[in-house]
Design a protein around this ligand. Structure first.
Ligand code: GAP
Length: 434
């Protein structure tokens, strides 16, 4: 089933996934804070990406580069000149819009007038600030608008120190900043967000093959983590859509409530970036292939995903409502690896006889997984809350536990219950949670 936009935004707020930023001051438009459950989900998404892109591969290593880099980086990369969106202003209401995202080319979405737009001008999306105590043009710096350039400028450092031979990749996860003209759709388009990017360096003649390889790999990543195949599609960019550095791009799109929209771009960046940094820095960023006795500038295939946007997509995809004994049960069918809380330990009653046993059990499980110990409200309501936040297993301590030293483990998806001896619970859960 597909969920409507407001339902998921409300659930995010109500259960503590995502809050409007600066809410007590009336909120800052397009900025969001990830609450206790949201931060776990976001971390799990990033962890799964890192696991598959770095840990499981011998040809990819990681990096964490600075947000503020030399302005020369952005001159060389072309971002200062070309990282722009077309901006139009309505001369009637003075609101500004991104021309290529207008529903009707000639009608202002704010005041409804037609024929009131100014000529489009190129608006640079980089956030500019100053380094140090003096504000002058000499010390202007930029917050990075992509993590990729931090990788290119470290290409030689990483190659030398990790002694990798082509083909190899460098991966990075981190915050980026874009002064979007029209942010919106909750955390889909924000001005501060997180990217998960990998630059895969290869021989130029092998670039097409690696491009195809990464397109397939990346699709598998989403579906392996439970995203429904019907909700994911690939779309090749038209020539006029390509970024200034790209010889070819495939988007991984997700079926958002407003239609298919981008989750990730996989681009063939050719040798554009390394060449540009060589020219600007005067440093040699070529690669010497000892076996072939050749020196050349590697080509780059780049899978570039948004961590925050992807987290939102997983939330939407997992949302499920079903009828259970005349009631509507809301359940987040998140993959177990993504679920923010893996195990909830629930005493049937608040009575100390039970809650002391359940608190001890929760403490024993806590080193293994994120565990919640919840003693308040009726058991049915506590199950419903755990279903709604996607907790795969609820472990209930009841009065029989005091006699048989066993607990009931309830499965989120099937609602089936197993009676498991307390000293076997960790093993039982490990088999299912990994
Ligand atoms: N290095 C290439 C690059 O930055 P991009 O397509 O501009 O490519 C990659 O960005 C991913 O970052 C996008 O596919 C999207 O998931 C995410 N992204 C881009 N702009 C965003 C925004 N304003 N808010 C949230 N995520 C965004």
């Amino acid at each position: 089933m597909s969920v409507d936009f407001d339902t998921i935004v409300n659930l995010s707020k109500k259960r503590g996934f995502v809050f409007q930023s600066s809410e007590i001051y009336g909120g800052l438009r397009s900025a969001y804070d990830y609450g206790p459950l949201g931060v776990e989900l976001l971390r799990n998404v990033k962890e799964q990406w890192w696991h598959s892109m770095v840990r499981m591969r011998e040809d990819v290593v990681g990096l964490d580069s600075a947000v503020i880099q030399s302005p020369s980086v952005w001159e060389a990369s072309g971002h200062l000149a070309s990282f722009t969106d077309p901006l139009v202003e309505c001369t009637n209401c003075n609101n500004r819009f991104r021309e290529d995202k207008l529903d009707k080319a000639d009608q202002c979405p704010s005041c409804g007038k037609t024929g009131t737009f100014t000529e489009a001008k190129n608006f640079n999306l980089m956030f500019k600030t100053h380094m140090g105590p003096v504000e002058s043009t000499d010390n202007a710096v930029y917050l990075r608008p992509e993590t990729a350039q931090g990788i290119f400028i470290n290409f030689e450092n990483v190659r030398r120190t990790s002694r990798l031979k082509l083909p190899f990749g460098i991966a990075q996860i981190g915050k980026v900043f874009r002064n979007e003209i029209t942010p919106g759709q909750f955390v889909f388009r924000t001005r501060e967000f997180e990217q998960m990017e990998m630059e895969f360096f290869c021989r130029p003649e092998e670039a097409d093959e690696w491009f195809k390889y990464w397109v397939a790999e990346r699709k598998n990543w989403y579906t392996d983590l439970g995203m429904k195949e019907d909700n994911v599609r690939f779309r090749e960019h038209e020539q006029d859509e390509l970024s200034h550095y790209s010889a070819g791009t495939f988007d991984v799109d997700y079926r958002f409530p407003w239609g298919f929209d981008e989750l990730e771009g996989i681009a063939n960046r050719t040798d554009f970036d390394l060449k540009a940094h060589m020219e600007r820095s005067g440093k040699d960023l070529t690669y010497f292939d000892q076996e072939a006795g050749e020196r050349f500038v590697p080509y780059v295939i780049e899978p570039a995903a948004g961590a925050t946007r992807t987290t939102f997509a997983f939330l939407l995809d997992a949302y499920h409502e079903e009828e259970v004994r005349g009631d509507t049960r809301t359940v987040l069918r998140l993959d177990k690896r993504l679920a923010p809380i893996k195990v909830a330990v629930l005493p049937l009653s608040k009575k100390p006889q039970l809650s002391e046993v359940s608190a001890k059990l929760a403490d024993d499980l806590r080193p293994l997984w994120p565990v919640e110990h919840d003693v308040t409200q009726a058991i049915g309501r506590r199950y419903r809350r755990q279903d709604e936040i996607g907790t795969p297993y609820c472990v209930t301590v009841d009065f029989d536990t005091l006699d048989d030293q066993a607990v009931t483990v309830r499965d989120r998806d099937t609602m089936a219950q197993d009676r498991v001896s307390m000293d076997q619970v960790a093993g039982y859960l490990r088999e299912r949670l990994g």
